[in-house]
Design a protein around this ligand. Structure first.
Ligand SMILES: Cc1cc2nc3c(=O)[nH]c(=O)nc-3n(C[C@H](O)[C@H](O)[C@H](O)COP(=O)(O)OP(=O)(O)OC[C@H]3O[C@@H](n4cnc5c(N)ncnc54)[C@H](O)[C@@H]3O)c2cc1C
Ligand code: FES
Length: 261
């Protein structure tokens, strides 16, 4: 984990809601593992002391990219920054996904909203190609479709309003896929908590391994403040674990959902 002043290479609108931020981060970029995140201090922001966590979407040489949605104060200021301006970044942070080895289980990647950002590096580094299930409310929520296709992955798109791909929730085609067979399949997911919970239930029901990226609200991002904890099952019951350090990726079968409610 390193703290570095990073320079914006580009910061372009991707869809109506999302931006692609490319940062020159020569010390952080080479260390990134799929599912890890960067904690950014948006220097022009009044409360710049509070960093914002973002999954690392792509890595290329000494640059890393982030795919972010403009949802509030910090991302709004960020969306108006341009090439040459600087941010402070801590990264790579967190415990990421297990990269599928050659000849191992077939990965089934499930992504909702900005969860696609966390999935791209996993697909790129996986030694085994699989299927990516991408879901969103509308067409404009569907990101990275052509990038996943370019990697040679099969991609299944669902939108809740039916404006792109199959109409419905992203879990529907996942259920169909698991009904066709579960042997040698493994689920990986990142997205809104209800979607992650549904994927955890499917993992139990179909008895397949699953890793989930649990993106909780984070303050420090480095294991000190305990704002980001979730209950995780242990041999003796359960304990709180930090999503910024023990996670954000957890074994779905170990998350104590009942305790979390
Ligand atoms: C590990 C991790 C990875 C993430 N990766 C991405 C990513 O790749 N792309 C992306 O667009 N966003 C990602 N997020 C969410 C992102 O951190 C928040 O959207 C961002 O911090 C909002 O900052 P803001 O100042 O614009 O919003 P604020 O003004 O602080 O809040 C606006 C809205 O955003 C929500 N929000 C604030 N902080 C978080 C948070 N930490 N997690 C979830 N929602 C939050 C608030 O509930 C509120 O509804 C990730 C979060 C985590 C924990
Ligand atoms: S965000 Fe501070 S301990 Fe996780």
């Amino acid at each position: 984990m390193l703290e570095q002043t990073v320079q914006i290479v580009s910061n372009d609108r991707d869809t109506e809601l999302y931006f692609r931020l490319v940062l020159r981060a020569p010390r952080i970029a080479p260390l990134v593992q799929p599912g890890q995140f960067a904690h950014l201090r948006i220097l022009p922001l009044k409360d710049a002391l509070l960093r914002r966590p973002f999954s690392i979407f792509q890595v290329s040489g000494d640059t890393l990219s982030i795919l972010y949605k403009n949802v509030g104060q910090g991302t709004d200021v960020l969306s108006r920054m341009g090439p040459g301006e600087e941010l402070s970044a801590i990264g790579p942070l967190g415990h990421g996904f297990t990269v599928p080895p050659a000849g191992g289980e077939t990965p089934l990647l499930v992504a909702g909203g900005y969860g696609m950002a966390a999935m791209y590096l996993l697909a790129e580094r996986s030694r085994q190609k699989g299927v990516v299930f991408v879901g969103g409310r509308r067409r404009m929520d569907i990101l990275c479709e052509k990038e996943f296709r370019a990697l040679g992955w099969e991609i299944r798109v669902t939108t809740e309003d039916g404006s792109h791909g199959e109409k419905g929730l992203v879990t529907q085609p996942v259920i169909g896929e698991l009904q066709r067979g579960t042997a040698g399949r493994k689920l990986f997911a990142c997205g809104p908590t209800p979607m992650l919970k549904a994927i955890a239930q499917l993992a139990e029901e179909f008895n397949v391994p699953a890793e989930l990226s649990m993106d909780e609200h984070m303050c420090c991002g480095v294991g000190v403040c305990l704002t980001c904890v979730i209950p995780v099952k242990t041999a003796n019951g359960w304990e709180y674990q930090r999503t910024c350090t023990e996670g954000p990726v957890f074994d779905a079968h170990r998350i104590a959902w009942e305790t979390a409610e």
